[in-house]
Design a protein around this ligand. Structure first.
Ligand code: PLP
Length: 340
């Protein structure tokens, strides 16, 4: 089967593929999983995920590399994070072995949908764990479904990184201090969607959250972590119980450490923002989004050039992409080969 897609103009939107993987947990155990062609789930109207949000998800990418190999980028890190999220939401964790089995079967069946090397695209993988048992009282469900779906994604940046403006909206919080900010649940997105639409209407593609308790320290953007480069070159990222541990952030920190760049994971007071030479958001979908300006009420902090990302963020972006596409040596073994 040959798939004819406009590989250079895919963007980031859902497209159907050959199918997805589906596993069911019942009576204390996961089944062997099945590849399902149709992009539909049939579930009970009283399923726990629908009423009480018992669900979580992940996001990772599969790349076709320069030498033709197909690799997944740090999939075990996503499997482990999903296990932590599952425990926090009283769902049965998906063992890493099962997660990898799903990934291998899914990618093999959708090999035709992996964008060719050179287009800047990837196969985006979305694992999803939901409580499907029927109930009306609030309690963990008695059955679960694990879905892993794929969709081809295009290069986010065509012709180089594009800096954006961010806004801080003091009327909204994303995650409570002792809430669910550190796990990847849909509820965090439900909590941020109104603020996100508000920010968009104001002309800002991303919004930055401060700590919910005091609004004095930087936490993260709605869907990506915060990172800043100090004038002496130090890489700084925020430490908070309500920030999601980003695999991309971890990767960037490890690259910094390899290069002898100083890394700090700590509280970042809002007042310190003006001292950064470069600021960016980081996450799987884009790797980094440079931020050239941050607006909060009447205050505008200009941190960089609106036309061009700073040198450190540009260098880090190129290194991550270089490793993902097999153009640079993968010294940490982050790229896991997938047979197609
Ligand atoms: C998924 C996510 C990120 C990015 O994590 P990656 O593992 O780098 O993709 C950052 N913040 C939030 C709130 C997220 O949900």
């Amino acid at each position: 089967m040959a798939v004819n897609l406009d590989w250079n103009n895919l963007g980031f939107k859902y497209r159907d593929t050959a199918g997805h993987m589906e596993y069911v947990w019942k009576d204390g155990a996961w089944d062997a999983g099945a590849f399902v062609a149709e992009p539909w789930l049939k579930m009970h109207i009283a399923a726990a995920c629908l009423h009480y949000g018992q669900e979580c998800f992940e996001g990772l990418k599969v790349f076709r590399q320069k030498d033709g190999r197909v690799v997944a980028f740090r999939p075990e890190a996503n499997a482990e994070r999903m296990q932590r999220t599952a425990l926090r939401t009283c769902m049965p964790p998906v063992p890493t072995e099962m997660f990898m089995d799903a990934l291998r079967r899914l990618v093999k069946a959708n090999a035709d949908y992996i964008p060719p090397y050179g287009t800047g695209g990837s196969l985006y993988i979305r694992p999803l764990l939901i409580g499907t048992g029927a109930q009306i009282g609030v309690a963990p469900a008695d059955s679960y479904t694990f879905v892993m779906l794929a969709t081809p994604a295009g290069a986010y940046y065509k012709g180089g990184l594009k800096p954006v403006r961010a806004v801080i909206l003091d009327d909204y919080d994303r995650a409570a201090p002792l809430g669910m900010g550190d796990v990847k649940v849909g509820g965090n997105y439900a909590a941020s969607i109104f603020a996100h639409e508000t920010a968009k209407k104001m002309g800002f593609p991303v919004e930055l959250y401060l700590d919910a308790k005091t609004h004095t320290c930087v936490e993260e953007f709605a869907t990506s972590n915060f990172l800043g480069i100090k004038k002496d070159g130090t890489y700084v990222t925020t430490d908070s119980r309500s920030v999601l541990p980003s695999v991309t952030n971890m990767t960037l920190r490890e690259i910094c450490a390899d290069e002898g760049r100083k890394v700090e994971v700590r509280h970042v007071p809002y007042e310190e923002l003006r001292e950064f030479a470069e600021v960016a958001a980081c996450g799987t979908a884009v790797v980094v989004t440079p931020v050239w300006q941050i607006v909060r009420g009447n205050e505008t902090l200009t941190l960089g050039d609106p036309e061009k990302a700073g040198p450190v963020i540009t260098d880090l972006f190129e290194k991550v992409q270089g490793i993902q596409y097999g153009e640079l040596p993968d010294t940490h073994g982050w790229c896991v080969p997938i047979e197609v």
